[in-house]
Design a protein around this ligand. Sequence first.
Ligand SMILES: CC(=O)[C@@H](O)[C@H](O)COP(=O)(O)O
Ligand SMILES: NCC(=O)COP(=O)(O)O
Length: 249
Amino acid sequence: MNAKLRLGVNIDHVATIRNARGGDLPDPVRAAELAKAAGADGITAHLREDRRHIRDADMQRLREEVDLPLNFEMAATDEMLAIAIQTKPHAVCLVPEKREERTTEGGLDVAGGHNHLKRFVSDLGDAGIRVSLFIEASEAQLDAAKSLGAPVVEIHTGAYCDAKTDEERARELDRIRHAVQYGAGIGLEIHAGHGLNFETVKPIAAMPEIAELNIGHFLIGEAVFVGLEAAIAEMRRLMDEARTQAGYA
Ligand SMILES: CC(=O)[C@@H](O)[C@H](O)COP(=O)(O)O
Ligand SMILES: NCC(=O)COP(=O)(O)O
């Protein structure tokens, strides 16, 4: 049981808006500083191979200028490995990537790609970086992550968030709950994220085995209406309320 659920704020889509006009504003580093002021415990950013939002210089500045742990999301490629080792973030989350996808569609196939990923987990670990694997809620993927030596997994919550019916959402939530308990039982630190919003966060936040949630796209969108600090503060409040109502705080 994790006493406090950490909130990692993903600022990728501040960079999406910046890149729409090709200039320097809005600045993702300013968003990260505001996130800290609003109670974020960490900053997450995804350096995609096509650099559609976050760029190399953003990662460097997030590492150097923001006084919060940086969770660097990346594909398992040699190019990204070299950048991550040079940037030295607190953590790297290895994620699957397809050039043509609109967003990260699923989890890494750790079970199927075991040999390919092993070198990335060990090289990043040797560089003193905490490694996490972004996976589907499945025992096979959790077992594979454990056998690779990754200390952390992040469970993809996209299918739960995108569910179209109450039944489908309940089914996805059960699948996540089972995986979270199973993963914690085999000694993995459990994170979760993707697509979470004010409506979907509480049942996930109520799971006591989860140590960290990473949330981005919804918060950046909500910030247009209420401001970034208010959006993050409300997410923080809902997470804490979920833990309290579940009897874990
Ligand atoms: C890995 C993950 O779930 C998110 O970081 C997501 O990748 C954000 O970036 P995109 O919205 O470009 O997918
Ligand atoms: N790893 C998930 C993440 O960082 C945020 O995902 P989203 O909230 O932007 O969908």
